[in-house]
Design a protein around this ligand. Sequence first.
Ligand SMILES: [Zn+2]
Length: 298
Amino acid sequence: MQSGKTVWTQDRLERLFHRYDRLYFGGRLSNFSVLICDLREKNAVGRCERSKHKIYIDVDEHRKDREIRSTLLHEMCHAASTHGHGHEFFAQIENLLSRKAPITISSPEAGAVAKVYENIVPPRFPLARRAMLKAEAKRIRELNKKFPPGAVPIEDVGDLTRQFEEDAAELEKWKYALVGVAGPFGLVDDSGRPLTKWAKQMFPKWKRAYRRGRTRALDAHKLARLFDLKKELRAVVERLAKAQGRAGTVMLPPNVADKVDQSSNEPGFERWKTVSKAVKWHERLIEQIKACLRKEKP
Ligand SMILES: [Zn+2]
């Protein structure tokens, strides 16, 4: 693979253009011409004039051959779609990436929009999105180098740790919590990878907060489940008594009858040490009574 820059003539650029047109655009761009020109005044390295069917490439402003190829493909995507970097444009980029065309995506593809870049690429173009994400992560890495954590105050973030403990506790996985809480601030990408050094440093603290909240939430769920089971136990004992035709009293094997008493004498779960154990114990007991109930039925 070439890493440097070789000589680019008008002829070479044209040949490359026609090859790419055949390879990636089905020859749809054959009515365009491609020209080497000086674009410094336009502050650009490539340019596409769709109305005139012309693509301009400033080869002198590129440091590497592969950058020239990438710029050419970028302009060809404009030729095949529209001037801006909207959905139609990214559909073209997605097509090129899926065919492994030598195009690299950089944050400037998002235009001068000062927001989290990856959200600019619609989700239905996953390759373009991922490429943009990578480019954005790189941009942020460079920003981090320039401004180490601590040098830039993180505004608007609020007390994220508290959010992890309280708001995210209902989310089943740490990753969901991460994306749900830190995602809206652009601190992690949509797969939960940190986009800033600060966010990465905060991960252990956030994770501990989430675990604390999550354990509490799960305990609360289990306790609710335990109370439901106790209710179900009473109901199933009543059904058995009815089936046995003895309103009010019920015939149970002695060990099962003892357990029913234990359950009604213990309002919480302390007797079973943990809520989980109490839940399992009640589930088994209900099954035993249901088995008695099945025997009663003719
Ligand atoms: Zn462009």
